[in-house]
Design a protein around this ligand. Structure first.
Ligand code: ZN
Length: 149
């Protein structure tokens, strides 16, 4: 995650608030911010891939094939980390699309606006805190073995 200074996150929070009040007023600046995030995350992914040896293919495409080359734990850890960066890149791209369609900052579950403070900390969030909590609870229950007879 990008570590923003307090000032930077206050500016971002203000930007998100303006966007939620009137998308047109802050759309451009928000897209610029998301582009910066995208660039930063892409750099992280590249660094990660260099570090863990599964770099990009010669034609520049990220290798998606998960080969048996990652036999040891270190490689698995590295791969997991790289996948996290890849997944965040996809989420930032989705956020950009949502800005374009004026749906950024709305919870995809209940349709209410996500708190600007939450979005400034996690720009790719698509759930409000209430729906996120419900989701996490459901996921936790899914992984727990059923005790029902
Ligand atoms: Zn919600």
């Amino acid at each position: 995650m990008t570590q923003l200074t307090t000032e930077q996150s206050q500016i971002l929070e203000g930007l998100i608030r303006s966007y939620q009040e009137n998308p047109e007023s802050a759309k451009g600046s928000l897209l610029v911010h998301l582009n910066d995030e995208l660039r930063a995350e892409t750099n992280r992914l590249e660094r990660c891939e260099t570090l863990y040896g599964h770099s990009q293919t010669s034609d520049g495409n990220v290798r998606s094939e998960l080969s048996d080359a990652f036999a040891n734990t270190e490689s698995i850890k590295g791969r997991t980390l790289c996948l996290k960066h890849q997944s965040r890149i996809n989420k930032i791209l989705r956020a950009q699309q949502m800005v374009t369609f004026d749906t950024f900052g709305e919870c995809v579950e209940c349709g209410r606006q996500i708190a600007p403070a939450r979005l400034s900390a996690k720009i790719e969030a698509i759930h409000c805190i209430d729906c996120q909590n419900v989701l996490e609870l459901k996921n936790a229950q899914k992984t727990r073995p059923s005790l029902a007879f």
